[in-house]
Design a protein around this ligand. Structure first.
Ligand code: CTP
Ligand code: ZN
Length: 154
């Protein structure tokens, strides 16, 4: 993309989460627990043109380098995402997201009768399967719109 087409400014230091599925940028921030309340610089491009994806979202978080475990959960909603670590304006590290084996305490089970929805002090736990995530307690599978089951405290 040439400079005159750039929608969101380059950043000096931080993390650029690129090639996020169009429309998922706010869910990416939710999954990372980033809401701007700590004064961090956050820029978001939504539905920007992309050669590879047609349309994509981009999330730039300044002065913060995401850890590999933070990045893992992103794969659930942004499997195509690439993570770019920026230092002094240069991309010093570029990686793709990895699918984790399990996700604990981040998603809520859609099954009302599941023990994790029973006011018991039990953290939710899902196994990551080919077509979604599967509750480790009741076996319910969430296939579509995993972000809708995000259990995010604000
Ligand atoms: N970027 C940024 N600030 C910088 C450097 C890069 O915001 N100082 C962003 C770019 O706008 C781009 C992403 O980080 O969205 C990756 O940068 P780069 O590797 O230079 O771009 P591409 O080669 O297009 O990346 P890819 O091959 O992953 O599409
Ligand atoms: Zn369950």
């Amino acid at each position: 993309m040439s400079d005159h087409e750039l929608r969101v400014s380059k950043i000096r230091n931080g993390t650029v989460i690129d090639h996020v599925a169009a429309g998922q940028a706010l869910n990416v921030l939710a999954i990372l627990g980033i809401d701007g309340s700590e004064g961090e610089g956050v820029s978001i491009g939504m539905n920007v043109p992309s050669d590879r994806l047609g349309r994509k979202d981009v999330v730039k978080v300044e002065d913060r380098e995401l850890s590999q475990s933070e990045v893992e959960v992103l794969s659930l909603i942004a499997p195509e995402a690439s993570i770019n670590i920026i230092r002094d304006y240069d991309v010093v590290e570029k990686s793709r997201v990895d699918r984790p084996d399990t996700v604990t305490g981040l998603l809520s089970c859609p099954n009302r009768n599941c023990i994790t929805n029973d006011n018991e002090p039990i953290a939710s736990k899902f196994g990551v399967v080919a077509d979604g995530v599967r509750c480790a307690y009741c076996g319910d599978i969430v296939r579509d719109d995993i972000a809708a089951h995000l259990d995010v405290q604000s």
